[in-house]
Design a protein around this ligand. Structure first.
Ligand code: RB5
Length: 147
C-alpha cells in the first residue's frame, strides 16, 4: 500500500505523527510537504499529492489542514479525485464502502492524533463494495464532464 500524504502548516504536526504511525504499520508513505509550520497555501500541497494518486504512483492520498475543508475543496477540483473529509470512524468506513473515495482529508485542529490514526487505518483497510454504489459513483464522476 502506497499513500501520498500532504499538509499545510495547520496539518504539519499531525502529518509527521501520522507518517510515523502508518510507516510503523508497513504503509509506504510519500510526503508531498509542507515540511515546516511556516504559513503556506493548502492547494500547493493538495495538487501534487492528488497527482500521485491520479498517476497511479500512490494507491490513495491523505490530506491534512486546520479543518480539512480547504484540502478537501482543492482535492475535489481535480478530475478523478473523490476526497472525503472525515472526523469520525463511521464516515471513513462508509466513504470507502459506498463512495470509493481515493483521498481522505482530516482537520488537525478538529480531531486529535489518536482519532486521526484510527480514521486513517479504517480508510486504508476498507474495500469498495461496488454493485449499486458503482453506478452512483459513476454518476458523480460524470459530473466532471459537464460544461
Ligand atoms: C490555515 O490557517 C487554515 O485556513 C487551513 O489550514 C485550513 O483549515 C483551511 O481550510
Amino acid at each position: 500500500m502506497k499513500v501520498a500524504i500532504a499538509a499545510d502548516h495547520g496539518g504539519f504536526a499531525l502529518k509527521e505523527e501520522l507518517k510515523r504511525h502508518l510507516e510503523a504499520a508497513g504503509v509506504q508513505v510519500t510526503d508531498f510537504g509542507t515540511y515546516s509550520e511556516e504559513s503556506c497555501d493548502y492547494p500547493d500541497f493538495a495538487v501534487p499529492a492528488c497527482g500521485a494518486v491520479l498517476s497511479g504512483e500512490c494507491d490513495c492520498g491523505i490530506l491534512l489542514c486546520g479543518t480539512g475543508i480547504g484540502m478537501s475543496l482543492a482535492a475535489n477540483k481535480q478530475k478523478g479525485i473523490r476526497c472525503a473529509l472525515c472526523g469520525d470512524c463511521y464516515s471513513a468506513e462508509m466513504t470507502r464502502r459506498h463512495n470509493n473515495a481515493n483521498v481522505l482529508a482530516m482537520g488537525a485542529r478538529v480531531i486529535g492524533p489518536e482519532l486521526a490514526f484510527r480514521i486513517a487505518d479504517i480508510f486504508l483497510n476498507t474495500p469498495f463494495e461496488g454493485g449499486r454504489h458503482q453506478r452512483r459513483v459513476d454518476k458523480v464522476m460524470a459530473l466532471e464532464e459537464r460544461e
